[in-house]
Design a protein around this ligand. Structure first.
Ligand code: 4NP
Length: 154
């Protein structure tokens, strides 16, 4: 069972969507992965995902309201097989803290290594639809690639 951690800055907007979307794909595709999410910062620990992330997820049939924010800890280095970050700033933060097995979500699919933009600074809801679509597309490509590799290694 592969364990995958999704990381952004606050763990209240982007990585909760990544966790929820991944969980949804795992359930519908019966994939052998365990997922969680965390933030490089701890300002929002214990909080539910931001209202707009909960809203956009719900519009797509995914409930993320039960999630609670937490910060990345050194234990996550051993607890997870892969750590998938939302942007280059998250990547640098975790590299500086000695994390390995790091991947950029935007490297999967059609996004050419783009950062998932931080919707915390968005004005209104519209940007959350774009972020949802980007995370969903990249997640599908990521899981497709993992499954291909696993079949190849059988
Ligand atoms: P996230 O968005 O990294 O997608 O959860 C943010 C949430 C909070 C902050 C920054 C980004 N903040 O600075 O508090």
């Amino acid at each position: 069972m592969k364990r995958i951690l999704f990381v952004c800055l606050g763990n209240i907007c982007r990585s909760p969507l990544a966790e929820g979307i991944a969980q949804h794909l795992i359930a519908t595709r019966h994939l052998p992965y365990q997922v969680d999410s965390a933030g490089t910062g701890s300002w929002h620990e214990g909080e539910a995902p931001c209202t707009n992330s909960q809203k956009v997820a719900r519009l797509h049939g995914i409930d993320i309201s039960h999630q609670r924010a937490r910060a990345v800890t050194p234990k996550d280095k051993e607890a997870f097989d892969m750590i998938v970050v939302m942007d280059r700033s998250n990547l640098k933060t975790l590299q500086d803290r000695g994390f390995e097995k790091l991947y950029l979500l935007g490297d999967f699919g059609e996004y050419g290594g783009a950062d998932v933009p931080d919707p915390y600074y968005f004005d209104g809801f519209e940007g959350f639809e774009k972020v949802f679509a980007m995370i969903e597309d990249a997640m599908k490509a990521f899981f497709d690639q993992l499954q291909k590799e696993e079949n190849y290694n059988k």
